[in-house]
Design a protein around this ligand. Structure first.
Ligand SMILES: Nc1nc2c(c(=O)[nH]1)N[C@H]1C(S)=C(S)[C@@H](COP(=O)(O)OP(=O)(O)OC[C@H]3O[C@@H](n4cnc5c(N)ncnc54)[C@H](O)[C@@H]3O)O[C@H]1N2
Ligand code: MOO
Length: 661
């Protein structure tokens, strides 16, 4: 929900207040304080939010958590049971038996099959035929397998080896003893647990009912996945991710859709949802600004109302936690990574408790940070990281796209924590990383540096062949630094040295070798229907035409980018409008031109073609790999180098508009 600028209906009614009035968070609580208050309001003395349990048949209980401990109602097996087909006897009667001098016992006049109770005791000097699973009769203390016996005569049987007392007997209660705790409260019932219950003779168990959780998104700009984007709209990521995370944490999620910034409509939807759900989770529109309506609605939904609005947490500052007549109501921040992170950190513990599940297991690893990580003073900051292995141990790379990005959380291995009183974490610090995945799989191949869509054409076949591949986009210089520290196998780079007028080689440090990658044609891009550039045959002419029109806006590139060096050479001393708009990627340049926020820029041909832009060639950029020589013999590196030479890969690169070196 775009809370700023506010809409006219959100303006205060009178008093000369401006529409830009801010709705400051009244008190910013620490993360720990906010969570403690939320849990007390839900589960503290006098609260009834610990919801009841229900009885379910075993089949219906699959996937549900047990509401209480389950005790074994009786012994399993319920009697001493033979584990083999053979003869029940007294071990002492066979003590001296051998091949030469077998022990000869009298056969008792019954055979114990499964399901028939014995009627005769085994007296000294006798044996009773018994089936696997049969009840060991009174008097017997061992069973000998039928293979080790022979019928000596009518009514007698010979044994050629001695039995030890207890052999082949499963004693009553040896599997489960009556009164034992079989399964503890909170255990999630899977096939194995259901087997234990069935074996113990239990047909129904009490499980905790899954909390029903209504999920809704707010914002005029939201379009559901599968629907085409309108101008200025974005796809609703939070709705799907929060609903899935609710399911993963024991709830039944119902996604109600994305609601526009209309207070009356939203309030009606929230009130309706609270009638038949146990919990309500919204995302968006909780930040500062008079246009944020959700928390105003929440404050009217029931007692005690808002528990925390504003938490000293990053991401997640605008989080709003409320309890309305016993039900938790949460407004997550709109930024997707903030939304999912605060869900896991502050909401999942409460949901799991309502669902009767134990707290999630926390797995941590120690790692060092390769770069200085700045942090906001006064907020506990959680930084999403990807882990790679160097000679010195694990290294945690910030995924670095910020709370507004969806992939920051989704592709991270875990996160590290920077305390509220620190304003940065120094490069080289050792720190604890909390894992987001139960099992950490370290990659076989690590590629850190500049990103290129062509890279996927090389890496995808390696992934299909079963290799774990990690590629981190940190730019050419960041990649070279990682390669020097031995944190990656290869660093993709495209750095132009103006002095030698060559690409990449002048930037290699000792221990690094250049592996040629491919060439990317850079060019002047423009909208095909722009008359200023119609019919022009060369980039230089197009730049001249652009500079001749004071209304013609450019989009530049960031300082340090190879493309920027080209642009500066084209412009000379000119500083046309748009010069200070300096995005960091080829895609951002193309998007600005396509959407008319700029009229021209410089980007690579594959991106220009994918976006349908006009393209006038300028220069070939070299996209190569700095290989860490010490890692050249690793199987995954050998596979990567082979893939670069693979005709199928080269053809695929060419199809995508690249020229393999
Ligand atoms: N002046 C200030 N501005 C902001 C502050 C602040 O303190 N002062 N806080 C920032 C922080 S921190 C966060 S986090 C965001 C969150 O703001 P809101 O919760 O009000 O979220 P919106 O404004 O509605 O949206 C923010 C952003 O996220 C996109 N969004 C929203 N919902 C979804 C969704 N379901 N799927 C995908 N993307 C979504 C939305 O389009 C916006 O781009 O505020 C900062 N601003
Ligand atoms: O607190 Mo916000 O959630 O940093 O992005």
């Amino acid at each position: 929900m775009s809370s700023f600028p506010p809409k006219s209906r959100d303006l205060p009614p009178q008093g000369g207040a401006s529409g830009l009035e801010q709705n400051q968070f009244l008190t910013i609580l620490s993360r720990e304080e906010a969570l403690a208050r939320f849990e007390t309001a839900l589960f503290g003395p006098g609260q009834t939010s610990d919801r009841g349990s229900q009885s379910r048949s075993l089949a219906e209980a699959l996937g549900m958590p047990l509401a209480g401990d389950v005790l074994a109602p009786g012994d399993v097996p319920p009697f001493d049971r033979s584990n083999v087909d053979g003869f029940a006897l007294r071990a002492a009667d066979t003590a001296t038996a051998s091949e030469d001098r077998p022990a000869v016992l009298a056969l008792n006049g019954e055979t114990i099959a499964c399901g028939t109770a014995p009627t005769l005791a085994v007296a000294r000097g006798t044996a009773t035929p018994i089936a696997t699973g049969g009840v060991v009769p009174r008097g017997a203390d061992a069973v000998i397998m039928v293979e080790h016996s022979s019928v000596a005569d009518d009514g007698v049987i010979a044994f050629r080896r001695a039995a030890t007392a207890g052999q082949f007997i499963a004693y009553a209660g040896s599997d489960m003893a009556g009164g034992d705790v079989l399964l503890r409260a909170g255990t999630l019932l899977g096939a194995r647990e259901i087997g234990i219950l069935a074996g113990a003779g239990i047909a129904e168990v009490r499980v905790t009912a899954k909390p029903r959780v209504a999920v809704l998104s707010t914002g005029d700009e939201l379009v559901q996945p599968g629907e085409p984007l309108r101008p200025a709209s974005v796809h609703d990521a939070n709705g799907a991710i929060i609903a899935a995370a609710v399911t993963e944490n024991g709830g039944i999620a119902r996604f109600l859709g994305a609601f526009p910034d209309d207070e009356a409509v939203l309030e009606a939807a929230m009130r309706a949802a609270l009638i038949d759900h146990d919990m309500l989770i919204l995302s968006g529109g909780t930040s500062k600004g008079a246009g944020d309506v959700s928390h105003r609605i929440v404050s009217r939904l029931g007692a005690p109302g808002i528990i925390a609005h504003g938490v000293a947490l990053k991401p997640g500052k605008p989080l709003c936690l409320a309890v309305c007549d016993g039900k938790p109501v949460v407004i997550l921040p709109g930024f997707p990574t903030s939304a999912i992170f605060t869900f896991h950190d502050m909401v999942a513990p409460v949901l799991r408790r309502m669902a009767g599940l134990p707290p999630r297991a926390e797995n941590t690893v120690e790692a060092s940070v390769p770069v200085r990580i700045p942090s906001e003073l006064g907020r506990t900051e959680f930084v999403m990281v990807s882990l790679v292995e160097a000679a010195s141990g694990l290294v945690a790379y910030p995924t670095g796209k910020g709370s507004g990005a969806i992939t920051s959380f989704a592709t991270a291995d875990g996160f590290l924590r920077i305390e509220a009183l620190a304003d940065h974490l120094p490069a080289g610090s050792r720190t604890t990383v909390q894992l987001l995945t139960p099992q950490l799989r370290l990659p076989d191949l690590v590629v850190i540096g500049s990103h290129c869509t062509g890279l996927d054409r090389v890496l995808t076949p390696l992934v299909r062949a079963g290799l774990g591949v990690r590629s981190l986009a940190v730019g050419s210089l960041g990649g070279l630094a990682a390669a020097r520290r031995g944190e990656c196998d290869l660093a993709p780079i495209h750095l132009f040295d103006a002095q030698t007028e060559t690409y990449n080689t002048p930037f290699l440090a000792p221990g690094l070798e250049l592996v040629p990658g491919w060439r990317r044609l850079q060019g002047f891009v423009f909208r095909r229907d722009d008359p200023r550039f119609a019919g022009l045959g060369a980039a230089a002419e197009a730049v001249e035409a652009a500079l001749a029109d004071p209304d013609c806006l450019m989009v530049n590139r960031n300082q340090g980018a190879g493309t920027r060096i080209l642009i500066d050479a084209l412009l000379g001393a000119a500083r046309p409008g748009g010069y200070w708009n300096q995005p960091r990627s080829h895609h951002a340049v193309a998007a600005a031109v396509v959407q008319g926020r700029a009229d021209w820029g410089v980007t690579i041909r594959p991106v220009a073609e994918a976006k349908g832009l006009g393209f006038l060639p300028l220069a070939e950029e070299h996209y190569d790999f700095a290989l860490v020589a010490a890692r050249r013999d690793r199987p995954a590196v050998i596979a990567f180098l082979a893939a670069l030479q693979d005709p199928a890969v080269r053809q695929s690169l060419e199809e995508a508009g690249f020229t393999p070196a």
